[in-house]
Design a protein around this ligand. Structure first.
Ligand SMILES: Cc1cc2nc3c(=O)[nH]c(=O)nc-3n(C[C@H](O)[C@H](O)[C@H](O)COP(=O)(O)O)c2cc1C
Length: 321
């Protein structure tokens, strides 16, 4: 592992909420930056509404910087959000050019803008001279074809983009199918901005493979790999692992549960949020289907607490203990 390896926790709409970021950073080591899920529909030149302000509380968690993200195709909207974030004390804003969902992409937002480099150029041209904080971009290799990135390379090179994270897939692939390290490598050769690799790092072996392919890359964004195995960043960095991972995981989950209930004022949506986390975390156990079955049926908080007790009394962890 490169001594300067930086690991960023990818944003997940509905999962990496304020509560999640706070609690994750409290219990696990190895992550260098946390990203918020994307914000959209910002009213230009109006103060942010209370709900968005709340979701943006904490510019860092346990010393780890938090980076807000915006999904937008409007320069004034991006700048308005950037000014709010700067006023709140954030140091970086990230622009989402990766969201693959058809209802977003169809409107040339997220990865739907990637086939239109002139549009990306125009927005960067309007935004960069007035940007009050570091501006980074998260994109994919393209929307329909991985080759689309090659027309974006000269565009990104024209601006002082702080970091370009590339999820090595196309938008059309959503989150499945193979990543395309060759197309990533071709783009990397031409890029003059700092590049972050993203896509399908689930184990230390995956990390070793990708960092072997791209020795010049020192920044990696990891999403599902951390959601499935929260110890992964520390393991990649060779940091000391806790003696009792089971107890750490349990501590994290209990903390997350109470923080989520607090954030959602004990509404049933807190239960759904926990179940959403478990759709990934179940893979930390040897028999994920059995684990998820125990949790899925929980209809109220008491059921959920009983299910957690059952899981920790019966189910073996798969991740290295
Ligand atoms: C449910 C879900 C929600 C996501 N939300 C966001 C988001 O708000 N912003 C973003 O840039 N990417 C989002 N992503 C993409 C991830 O951040 C990440 O780029 C992707 O999962 C690939 O990385 P991984 O293979 O390490 O998981 C989301 C992915 C999923 C599956």
């Amino acid at each position: 592992m490169n001594l300067q390896t930086a690991i960023f926790f990818a944003p997940f709409q509905g999962i990496t909420t304020k509560a999640f970021r706070l609690v994750y950073a409290r219990h696990f080591a190895g992550v260098d930056k946390l990203f918020t899920p994307y914000f959209a529909n910002i009213a230009v030149d109006y103060p942010l509404p209370a709900l968005k302000m709340k979701a943006l509380q904490h510019q860092s968690e346990s010393g780890i910087s938090v980076v807000p993200q915006i999904l937008s195709k409007s320069a004034p909207e991006i700048l308005s959000f950037a000014r709010s974030c700067a006023a709140l004390g954030f140091g970086e804003l990230n622009w989402n050019l990766g969201c693959p969902y058809p209802q977003v992409a169809r409107k040339k937002r997220g990865s739907g803008m990637l086939p239109f480099p002139e549009m990306v150029d125009e927005i960067l041209d309007q935004v960069m001279p007035h940007m009050p904080l570091s501006f980074s971009v998260k994109c994919r290799l393209g929307y329909a074809k991985a080759a689309e990135i090659m027309d974006l390379v000269p565009v990104f090179n024209r601006y002082p983009v702080a970091e370009l994270t590339i999820h090595a897939r196309t938008g059309k692939q959503l989150y499945s199918g193979k990543t395309d390290p060759d197309a990533f490598g071709a783009a990397l050769e031409g890029l003059q901005v700092p590049v972050v690799y993203n896509g399908d790092i689930f184990t230390t072996e995956d990390f070793g493979h990708i960092s072997g392919l791209f020795p010049g890359i020192s920044r990696f964004m990891i999403g599902r790999g951390i959601l499935k195995d929260p110890f992964l960043p520390a393991r990649i960095k060779g940091l000391p692992q806790p003696g009792d991972s089971r107890a750490v995981l349990r501590g994290f989950l209990d903390d997350l549960y109470f923080e989520t209930r607090r954030e959602k004022k004990d509404s049933p949506s807190a239960l759904n949020a926990m179940k959403e986390c478990w759709t990934y975390l179940m893979f930390a156990f040897e028999e994920p289907v059995v684990v998820f079955r125990r949790l899925k049926k929980a209809g109220n908080f008491d059921d959920y607490e009983d299910a957690i007790k059952e899981v920790f009394a019966n189910d073996r962890l798969k991740i290295q203990e």
